[in-house]
Design a protein around this ligand. Structure first.
Ligand code: RIB
Ligand code: CA
Length: 308
C-alpha cells in the first residue's frame, strides 16, 4: 500500500510516524509537512528529527503551507508544547528537507503513481487543497484519502463544535469534501475513545529504548494537557488510529454520509454536519468511522511498537 503522510507533528502525529514505521504493509512514499499543532518550521524540524530517530531517512520530507488558505494561523502549543513534541528532546537531524514544496511532492508522486496512492492526512489539509488547486485532474489520480478530522457527535476540541484540524483550515477541508475523492474521515467520535495511559506505556516495556523514551516524554506532556484542560485521564491518540485503519479497517465501523463543513458561521464555524437521514438527498461523499474497537486498536499499537 503506497502512502503519502501529510502531517503537523505534533505529539500524536509522532506516534503515527512510529506506527507507520511498524507497519511494513505500508510503503511510505513521502512526508509532507503543514502548519497546525505548531508553526510549519517547527513541524518540519520535528518531522526531520523523527525520520532520523526511526531510520526513515530515505523518505522525502517536503515542507508545505505556513498558513491556512484564508483563515489566520492557529497553533496549539498548550497541547503539544513549545517545540511541538512535549517534553521529548530529539537530536538535531542530519536529514535535509526535499527541495520541492509539499504540494509539488504530492503532485509529482500521485502523477507518477496514478490511482495507487493513499493520502493519510493527520493535520490541517492545506497542502492537499493547494495540490488540488494547482494541478487540475489530480483528484482523479488519488486512490483515496484517510483524514483524521472533524467531529460528528463528540464535542469539539478547538471550539465547542469544531475539531482542530478542520478548525485550522476549514476552507481546505471543504475542497476535499467536494473533490469527488474517495474520502474516509476519522473523527473525534472514535479517536477520543482511544485514550493512551501510563498503563499502556508500561506494556511497551520491550520497545526500543530511544523510541520508548520518546513516547514517554512526549505523551507525559500530552497527558498533562488532557488532564488540565479537558479533565481526561490519559491522552487521545487521534493520529495513530487513522494510521492503523490503513491496514486494519476492521478496527472501526463506518457509516456513509453526505458531509459538509460550516464556513460562514460565527459560533459554529468549521463544524462538520453529517446528513444522517439523507434529508438533503445528496449522494454520500465520505465514509465516517463512527465506532471503534478500542482494545483491539491499543493491542495492535502496543504489539507493533514492541516489535520495532
Ligand atoms: O484534533 C486532533 C488533531 O489535531 C490531531 O491530528 C492533532 O495532532 C491535531 O493536529
Ligand atoms: Ca496531527
Amino acid at each position: 500500500m503506497k502512502v503519502i503522510l501529510d502531517t503537523d507533528p505534533g505529539i500524536d502525529d509522532a506516534l503515527a510516524f512510529i506506527l507507520l514505521k511498524a507497519m511494513p504493509e505500508v510503503q511510505l512514499m513521502g512526508i509532507t509537512v503543514t502548519h497546525g499543532n505548531t508553526t510549519v518550521d517547527k513541524c518540519a524540524t520535528n518531522a526531520l528529527q523523527l525520520v532520523e530517530l526511526l531510520g526513515m531517512r530515505e523518505i522525502p520530507v517536503a515542507v508545505g503551507a505556513s498558513h491556512p488558505l484564508i483563515k489566520e494561523l492557529s497553533i496549539a502549543e498548550e497541547t503539544h508544547g513549545g517545540t511541538g513534541l512535549g517534553y521529548a528532546v530529539l537530536p538535531k537531524s542530519t536529514v535535509t528537507p526535499a527541495s520541492i514544496s509539499a504540494a509539488n511532492l504530492i503532485i509529482d508522486l500521485v502523477s507518477a503513481n496514478p490511482n495507487e496512492i493513499t493520502l493519510l492526512c493527520i493535520g490541517p489539509v492545506t497542502n492537499v487543497a493547494l495540490a488540488l488547486l494547482k494541478e487540475p485532474g489530480l483528484a482523479s489520480k488519488i486512490k483515496n484519502i484517510v483524514s483524521m478530522a472533524g467531529t460528528i457527535h463528540h464535542p469539539g476540541n478547538a471550539t465547542p463544535s469544531a475539531e482542530y484540524n478542520v478548525f485550522c483550515d476549514p476552507h481546505a477541508f471543504d475542497i476535499l469534501l467536494h473533490s469527488g475523492i474517495d474520502l474516509t474521515i476519522v473523527p473525534l467520535d472514535v479517536t477520543y475513545k482511544c485514550l493512551f495511559t501510563k498503563t499502556h506505556l508500561a506494556r511497551m516495556a520491550s520497545a526500543k529504548g530511544s523510541i520508548l523514551n520518546f513516547i514517554d516524554r512526549s505523551t507525559s506532556f500530552y497527558m498533562e494537557f488532557h488532564s488540565e484542560y479537558q479533565g481526561i485521564e490519559g491522552c487521545a491518540i487521534n493520529d495513530p488510529l487513522a494510521a492503523a485503519i490503513l491496514v486494519k479497517p476492521e478496527l472501526v465501523k463506518f457509516r456513509e454520509y453526505y458531509v459538509d463543513v460550516e464556513l460562514r458561521a460565527e459560533k459554529t464555524n468549521a463544524k462538520l454536519s453529517a446528513d444522517h437521514f439523507s434529508a438533503l438527498n445528496r449522494k454520500p461523499n465520505a465514509k465516517v468511522a463512527m465506532e471503534v474497537d478500542v482494545e483491539g486498536f491499543m493491542d495492535f499499537f502496543i504489539e507493533r511498537v514492541n516489535a520495532l
